[in-house]
Ligand binder design. Structure first.
Ligand code: C5P
Length: 318
């Protein structure tokens, strides 16, 4: 039996700006995406049947065809029918560490892992750009999850320009286990409230997207000036999520007051992160947040920024 194991890191958004509508119903975005060391582990086995089976013991993760990991495997079978016939079906096991429905791209990372894993398992030889093209068919964040690191993402989020990686920073992540935010709801509500501010003509959209490359946050990342980075964090979706979820708003304030370089919600939330200069600072801030909110529903993690996306676990390709 052939098998492969991979690490699939989550991500945070250091920057998320919604700049316009797209004909396909999505939004034109300008983002800076950043991988984190908090990662899921994915095992993929050629199971000798013709079925795809997903196993994940996390109660919020579907083991059905709705799972993005399942859809990634189905896409590979469709794209490479002869190899699918040759190697048969797949058993995919997901060991979940990234919080679910949290704005940390956990599901996207799993799908990215499956694409990379099947590429290895079936010896297809697709290069990163080809994998990212397939990934974009499944979801906007999945192309980034393949290569990871630090990247400017424009278009729907799938057009990527990597920038020098930031991996010396620490993070505290905070999320109420019982709160999940629907990403389509967040974008739909944003459109209802802020449509009048969207840019409409292609030239303005292109100019705004290009502007990020020479903007202050990218410069701060290039200079590795973490104090400046902490001050320049931005997320437009906070404008719709925080008023609707007062507990997340309060959590954000508590995290911000606990110290660190800067605090922001990631993606469509509800995870809030605080950027820290060191592991010791992150652990201290985590303890302060816990002392202010003893509620066991609040989950806290200390993690690090990381400079890679999907990684093969050494010697796991058999
Ligand atoms: O692409 P993905 O499936 O991750 O997107 C989830 C949802 O987020 C979409 O269905 C859409 O409602 C919203 N979205 C958007 N514009 C983007 C990315 C996502 O409106 N660029």
């Amino acid at each position: 039996m052939r098998s492969v194991s991979l690490l699939a890191p989550g991500k945070i958004n250091l920057y998320l700006e919604i700049i316009g509508d797209r004909r396909d119903g999505y939004h034109s975005l300008v983002m800076i995406l950043q991988s984190i060391t908090l990662a899921d582990e994915i095992q993929i086995y050629a199971n000798g049947t013709n079925q795809i089976r997903v196993t994940c013991h996390h109660p919020q993760v579907p083991q059905t065809q709705d799972n993005l990991a399942y859809r990634a495997a189905a896409l590979m079978q469709k794209q490479f029918p002869d190899l699918a016939d040759n190697y048969g079906g797949l058993d995919i096991t997901i060991d979940k560490h990234i919080p679910v429905a949290a704005g940390l791209a956990g599901g996207s990372a799993n799908a990215a892992g499956v694409l990379v894993g099947i590429n290895l398992l079936w010896s297809i030889g697709l290069v990163q750009a080809e994998l990212q093209e397939l990934a974009a068919m499944l979801g906007s964040d999945i192309p980034f999850c393949i290569g990871g690191g630090t990247a400017i993402a424009t278009g729907r989020g799938e057009q990527l320009d990597t920038i020098p990686p930031l991996d010396n920073c620490w993070l505290v992540l905070a999320k109420y286990q019982s709160i999940a935010v629907s990403t389509p709801w967040a974008y739909k509500t944003y459109r209802q409230l802020y449509h009048h501010e969207y840019l409409n003509d292609t030239a303005s959209l292109e100019a705004r997207a290009a502007h990020i490359h020479s903007g202050p946050l990218v410069s701060a990342i290039q200079e590795k000036n973490v104090t400046k980075i902490g001050k320049l964090l931005h997320n437009d979706l906070e404008k719709v999520v925080l008023p609707e979820y007062p507990l997340v708003n309060e959590l954000r304030e508590i995290c911000q007051n606990a110290g660190g370089l800067g605090t922001m919600m990631s993606g469509s939330g509800p995870t809030v992160f605080t950027l820290c200069e060191s592991q010791i600072e992150a652990e201290t801030i985590k303890q302060k947040i816990r002392a202010t909110i003893p509620n066991p529903d609040l989950e806290l993690w200390v993690t690090q920024l990381c400079s890679h996306g999907i990684q093969l676990i050494p010697h796991s390709l058999t």
